[in-house]
Design a binder for this molecule. Sequence first.
Ligand code: NAD
Length: 448
Amino acid sequence: MNICIVGTGYVGLVSGVCFAEIGNRVICVDVIEEKIKKLNNGIMTIYEKGLEELCNKNREAGRIEFTTNLEYGVKNSDVIFIAVGTPSRADGQADLSYVGKVAKGIGIYMNGYKVIVNKSTVPVGTQKWVNQIIIENQSKKYGFDVVSNPEFVREGNAVFDMMNPDRIVIGTDSDRATSIMKELYKPYNVPIVITNPESAEMIKYTANAFLAVKITFMNEIANVCERVGADISEVAKGIGFDARIGDKFLNAGIGYGGGCLPKDAKAIAKIGEQVGYDFKIMKSTIEANYLQKLRPIKKLKTAMPVIKGKTIGILGLAFKPNTDDVREAPSIAIISEIQKMGGKVKAYDPAAMVFAKTLMEDVVFVSNAYEATVGVDAVILVTEWKEFKELNLKKMKELMKGNIFIDGRNVFDYKTMASLGFEYYCIGCKDAAYYSNMVDEEGGTLQK
Ligand code: NAD
């Protein structure tokens, strides 16, 4: 099939490459010339495991090409995907201006029947809105169908997820578009949920909202665990055997981030408001997640009441491992808070430094994890990269000036860390505060 993907970011690039890999001819379009130039030269613009190899293999085989020319993409394709960003507006609503612009261009350039597929995460009603924009901008009244086909890939596992989806959701009322979409997704051999556009749009927000609530729920349980002497990893294990709950996504930490969950949680809360529904659980989730990002700061202040003049080493900047994405990452809130209190920051991330440098000021970015710990008073582990799990802790301890280690992702355990001389803090488990009967920064009793 001839496919055009408009928007060559995380979703657009990975889906384009994967559609090419299963035998389609793909044209990826983006407005950023520099991005297109790099991709045409085999240089990846995002970090995703396996992407570079797969992309260049398909580019060299002539199955995928990159361009800034939307007209070329539209005219030479049967199915056109919209995969541009839908960031949060100041009021929490999804900003649909990029989607609208692309829809207009598709209307202008179409030269025959097309299936226009909305892969961006968009509020309910967007399929109808895109349909209308295309009608209003068509130079000739060609037939077309607009389909909602939300994407569920996880950054950090995007290539694997795209090639091995749990399910495909297709929202359309058109039989013609349904059969084209089914044909396109046939090689995946996975369940296909065919529904109306409104339900498809709602499925995507529901999935992300549910995940945001699940993460936040476990984080809040972890905060309670600290006060009652329970261990969150044991609690998670204990509930995970219950088939109604499941054992995935139960790890406590310092909050969700990235380009999707934060904006989608805000958007669904806003959708509720717009239809006259007070979506209490989403509003609380958004607030609790914000506070959770600052949890390491509370622990730092408990361990080291004066931060002014101290240097803190930050391990990990990406919002999760195996990605270079720093959007809404806990690292941003943590670093900004340290700086507000007069502390200095040294930071390292295996993949996210380039992106982080565009968002953070006055941070000393270093070239490896050990360097981030040289002479520092405390270390905060923000992202659970595999290479951090394999650190030589003894060496790290010797490099540090102080001995405070705040483990935002529960990678290590108290016994090991204490035996090496660290004052070790974690999320929802027995740490230095628990063993020394400390009263934490919030005045909570950490019972023994
Ligand atoms: P992104 O910011 O990485 O990529 C968007 C791309 O669109 C950018 O390269 C931008 O230059 C390009 N663009 C903007 N306007 C354009 C235009 N008029 N013509 C051509 N290109 C244009 O965003 P993303 O993370 O890929 O997300 C895209 C959508 O997919 C969002 O709605 C997001 O919520 C959704 N989504 C993202 C993920 C994820 O893991 N990132 C997963 C599922 C769904």
